[in-house]
Design a protein around this ligand. Structure first.
Ligand SMILES: O=C(O)CCC(=O)C(=O)O
Ligand SMILES: [Fe+2]
Length: 593
């Protein structure tokens, strides 16, 4: 039953053996023992608390002007914007910002609308597992979640004025008391790290902050409706023990940004929020009801039902143009084993790779026995960090073909922030035609192949989204590691040449909310729960849709990892179980060519 999940965890060790891994700059420095030159070195927690406090789009107070604050590698922007007819100061932090900015003519979109084709192309696969023994699923499904969920933040002013803020209130800002306490008691993971990685990706098609046009209201919400038993889209019922659900997104919706982690010092103001609009495929699978706007598709040759979204509401994004990242290229391996054995990572060698105009910091890192007499910060000339710290701080890594992140970042700075004349569209056009399509994946960067087991799994799971007779070729993968307060801002994944091939996106660990938008920043997203073992497939039209992960659930009740945890009972498994309880891992696998 949990084969998919289990297989993923079997290969988890390998997914942390990628060639490239990346930490937030400040974290990297802190973790590796660098000192801030000249500056006061503040504890990481303080920095995290500070940047975590403001929510995306958080309205603070009236103000004028614009300022950007870069804080130890983190960044936030304070802008003056007009909300509700008055000018107010807005703090924006790590907002995803990728508009559908690829100029007409360069965008690789589907040549022809073909609904049947699209059904295959825009797929989300979801694995749903049998209820825990004794669990009352019907009761579970009927229970309304809102009463159990509260939102951090208090009055934010005009939540519907910007859809992004609607999303923040409706889903992103959702907080469960137990989560808050766990957040406070744990060392807060930087809420921005995953976004940072994404920010680099997005920068290539970023537009400056623009006033929202044609704003739409919040989505009407997907209503439950009785299923028509003659619905041709309904698949044959599968064996309950192998209930894996495939969701097919015909038109996806877009995400929004994030909610900040509660400030460690201030108690968050908790308001109630309503998660009843969050699509729960688990419940749909258990139910005889479908939800309006979602249908099930029979997919020959694939033993799991396929669910599709019919419509595409939208959301909008606001732009935030700031990033400061340090990419560290270099292989690490056996991270979990190193944690288990209390090893430390030392930088054995530090080189700088030259890639065209870029210089990329590249290290040779090895895990070595920790020496009781050697403090982490005093390893001779080596910078070092304990494997457990590294695991906690790790936010993403890549497998297979590498992307030259720093190049994109530099180019973006030149193109977008440089004074090159022309209007925004022209600048974006220049940027895209000159750089994006020719400079995304860098085939010259050293890399390892994606682990074979992961390739195999991706190929199998990609079937519903592949053109018939073609096999998915996994060439690159990004592994996102989400801590309790991490989130992934709205973005497009458009680096790959052929958008008709799916991205196979596997969720592991704690349950998350996934937001799915449209092709425009102004489209309102639909939100859905992704549980451990779920797989999202996106291809074709869906590649043009914004999506993101505003939050994960780490409290015992909502994380839904108990069955998974029960599979790790060995003594050596404790570092994995500890990690699973507070984390979500997403592995998204791509065919690049
Ligand atoms: O974590 C997820 O479910 C989505 C990840 C994603 O969209 C990405 O890495 O591009
Ligand atoms: Fe993505």
């Amino acid at each position: 039953m949990r084969w998919q999940e289990r297989r993923c965890y079997d290969i988890l060790e390998e997914t942390t053996s990628g060639w490239l891994w990346m930490l937030e700059k400040r974290e990297t420095e802190a973790a590796l023992g660098y000192r801030q030159s000249g500056g006061r070195r503040r504890p990481l927690e303080a920095v995290v608390a500070k940047v975590s406090a403001p929510m995306a789009g958080d309205v603070r107070e009236k103000g004028r002007g614009e300022e950007e604050v870069h804080d130890g590698g983190y960044a936030r922007a304070e802008r003056s914007e007009v909300f509700g007819g008055r000018r107010q100061r807005v703090i924006v932090r790590s907002i995803s910002m990728c508009p559908a900015a690829v100029p007409t003519g360069t965008k690789k979109s589907l040549p022809q609308r073909n609904i049947e084709e699209e059904r295959r192309q825009f797929a989300v696969v979801k694995a749903v597992f049998p209820p825990a023994p004794g669990g009352d699923r019907m009761k579970e499904r009927r229970r309304k979640p809102p009463s159990e969920v509260v939102v951090a933040g208090g009055k934010r002013g005009g939540p519907l004025r910007f859809n992004i803020r609607w999303a923040a209130r409706k889903t992103i800002g959702a907080r469960i008391p137990a989560i808050d306490s766990s957040v406070h008691s744990s060392i807060p993971a930087p809420a921005t790290s995953v976004d940072r990685r994404r920010t680099l990706l997005e920068e290539r098609c970023t537009a400056p902050n623009q006033p929202t046009r044609n704003q739409k209201g919040p989505p009407s919400g997907l209503q439950r409706s009785a299923t028509n038993s003659t619905n041709p889209c309904l698949p044959r019922p599968g064996p309950p023990s192998a209930k894996t659900l495939i969701l097919l997104f015909l038109f996806l919706r877009m995400p929004s940004s994030k909610v900040g982690l509660s400030n460690c010092r201030k108690k968050p103001v908790l308001n109630q929020t309503d998660l009843s609009d969050v699509v729960d495929f688990h419940a749909i699978l258990e139910s005889v009801d479908l939800i309006d706007g979602i249908f099930r598709l029979d997919c020959p040759g694939f033993d799991r039902p396929v669910f599709c979204f019919r419509d595409r509401p939208g959301t909008n994004f606001r732009f935030f143009d700031s990033t400061s990242l340090t990419a560290i290229y270099g292989p690490i391996s056996d991270l979990f084993a190193a944690v288990q054995n209390k090893k430390i990572l030392v930088e054995a060698e530090n080189t700088v790779l030259s890639l065209g105009d870029d210089k990329i910091h590249s290290g040779n890192y090895i895990f070595s026995e920790s020496n009781a007499n050697t403090s982490v910060e005093a390893q001779g000339s080596f910078k070092s960090v304990s494997a457990s710290t590294l695991l906690r701080k790790l936010r993403w890594g890549t497998l297979g073909l590498q992307f030259n992140w720093s190049k994109v970042s530099d180019q973006l700075r030149l193109r977008i922030t440089g004074d090159q004349g022309g209007n925004l569209n022209e600048r974006q056009g220049n940027f895209h035609t000159a750089n994006c399509w020719s400079r995304n994946y860098d085939f010259t960067l050293p890399h390892n192949k994606i682990p074979e087991k992961l390739c195999q799994l991706a190929k199998e799971m990609a079937v519903p989204a592949m053109p018939s007779g073609e096999e998915f070729q996994p060439e690159a993968a990004i592994v996102n590691y989400f801590g309790p307060s991490d989130m992934l801002g709205g973005h497009l994944d458009d680096m790959e040449a052929d958008w008709s091939k799916p991205i196979v996106s596997i969720s592991l660990g704690c349950k998350a909310i996934f937001l799915l938008g449209g092709t425009s920043r102004e489209d309102v997203p639909v939100s859905m729960f992704l549980r451990s073992g779920d797989i999202v497939l996106m291809a074709g039209k869906a590649r043009e849709c914004f999506h993101g992960v505003p939050r994960i659930f780490t409290d015992d009740k909502h994380a839904e990892v108990s069955v998974l945890l029960s599979q790790f009972s060995g003594e050596d498994d404790c570092c994995i179980t500890d990690y699973i309880k507070n984390s979500r891992i997403n592995i998204n696998i791509r065919q690049v060519n």
